[in-house]
Design a protein around this ligand. Structure first.
Ligand code: SF4
Ligand code: FES
Length: 410
């Protein structure tokens, strides 16, 4: 999942759909401390095997997933709490047979729903049923703008063609569409064509989402890390497209952490604006929080309400606000701007989630990770470790040969 809402800007323009309504009211979340939007990872099952998946390396098995009734109870509780929007995500949320029933229940309790999907399991009838159930928005992930690169990254044949088909059905059903393009060294050369693809698909929004390096992406960092030259070129392409397509396509873009000077305000700050619920029902401050060892996360199956977990649980309070911060964050003028960056990245790179995110140029580790990124990007180690329940599978030489053959037109 991307941190879309965390990165989106409040706009003064009249809201055109449910998502825009929420964005325009975002400051309410900061005032009242109630999360406006929640990410429901209803399953980790997925037909794709993306090497940068934001799910934990240790995936929740189908047998541990919340039941339909448990999810319905959660949705009701969220609506009572004051949450306005639910993102149905995964894994692949449509791998659940009850996804239409869950969307219908979200509608019944007054939640806007967004489907974050790989699209490959959707039929036109299923999408139509979701629209009838009140689905407000569809976000489809793309791995490239054509099948050779896209299907290889996804680890699934024919995935790209299917995604294009579902994107067209989405607009035929008059549902707002976001194209989510996760970018890295092996597909950044396609960015101009991906932007054009989003225009051709009549998408409302394009997220140019540089890979965030934790979980599966950390395992695959050497195969994904872009070069500094690619990032400079990307920034130029995005800026030009944002100006040219103003009013046609909104484009979100964040510089990848390893090449940034200041870290991103991850999740809008730990425990400030958003939370996630994992397939097995854990309530998490972010999608990667389980990668931080030593933190205990409460479950919706416990005796505590979600409101109690949000307000009182140790995991949410550990890094909330600024009181936990070490130097240089503690006395930094940006401490309430970025809240010290990303806890998961700090843990992944320093072994302590309580350290300053090394993406920050003031972190004592910044120089080291910047150099590491440059080294890895230059090494051309291109083989992926594909995401799966077995802990990952290394891309075979056959797949690499096949890719070369296709490039050569064989
Ligand atoms: Fe943000 Fe901390 Fe860096 Fe200051 S020192 S910019 S608060 S991460
Ligand atoms: Fe940034 Fe977890 S992904 S805090």
């Amino acid at each position: 999942m991307s941190d879309t809402l965390a990165d989106n800007k409040t706009t003064a323009a009249p809201p055109s759909d449910g998502l825009a309504v929420l964005e325009s009211r975002r400051s309410a979340a900061e005032t009242f401390g109630i999360p406006l939007a929640v990410l429901a990872e209803v399953t980790h099952r997925c037909p794709l095997q993306c090497p940068y998946c934001s799910n934990p390396v240790e995936l929740d098995r189908g047998s541990t997933e919340l039941t339909t009734d448990e999810w319905k109870k959660v949705l009701g509780e969220l609506a009572e709490l004051g949450v306005l929007q639910i993102h149905f995500s995964g894994g692949e949320p449509t791998a659940r047979k009850d996804i239409v029933e869950l969307v219908q229940h979200a509608t019944d309790v007054g939640l806007y729903s967004n489907l974050i999907t790989s699209a490959v399991l959707l039929t036109k009838d299923k999408l139509s049923a979701l629209a009838d159930a009140g689905l407000s928005h569809v976000q489809i992930s793309f791995q490239g703008n054509e099948p050779v690169v896209a299907d290889r990254v996804a680890g699934l044949k024919d995935a790209h063609r299917k995604k294009l088909e579902v994107a067209r059905w989405t607009r035929e059903l008059e549902l707002p569409l976001t194209v989510n393009a996760v970018m890295h060294r092996q597909n950044l050369h396609q960015l101009p064509n991906i932007i054009q693809m989003a225009v051709d698909l009549d998408a409302d929004r394009l997220e140019v989402a540089n890979v965030q390096y934790y979980g599966w992406a950390l395992k695959n960092r050497a195969a994904l890390m872009p070069t500094i030259e690619q990032i400079e070129e990307t920034s130029r392409i995005v800026e030009e497209a944002q100006a040219r397509l103003k009013g046609t396509l909104a484009i979100d873009y964040v510089v990848p952490d390893y090449y940034a000077l200041r870290p991103k305000k991850c999740m809008g700050g730990w425990g400030r604006q958003f939370f996630n619920i994992s397939p097995a029902g854990k309530v998490l401050p972010c999608h990667a929080a389980e990668s931080i060892t030593g933190l205990e996360f409460e479950s919706v199956r416990s005796n505590h309400s979600i409101a109690w977990i949000w307000q009182n649980s140790e995991a949410f309070n550990r890094y909330r606000g600024t009181g936990w911060m070490p130097e240089p964050c503690k006395s930094c003028e940006f401490r309430e701007v970025d809240f010290g960056g990303c806890r998961c990245q700090a843990f992944a790179l320093t072994g302590d989630a309580g350290n300053t995110d090394p993406a920050c140029s003031l972190s004592p580790r910044h120089e080291e990770i910047f150099k590491q990124a440059e080294r890895e990007a230059a090494a051309h180690q291109d083989r992926f470790i594909y995401r799966n329940f077995a802990g990952g599978t290394l891309e075979t030489d056959d797949r690499q040969d096949e890719r070369q053959d296709k490039r050569n037109g064989a």
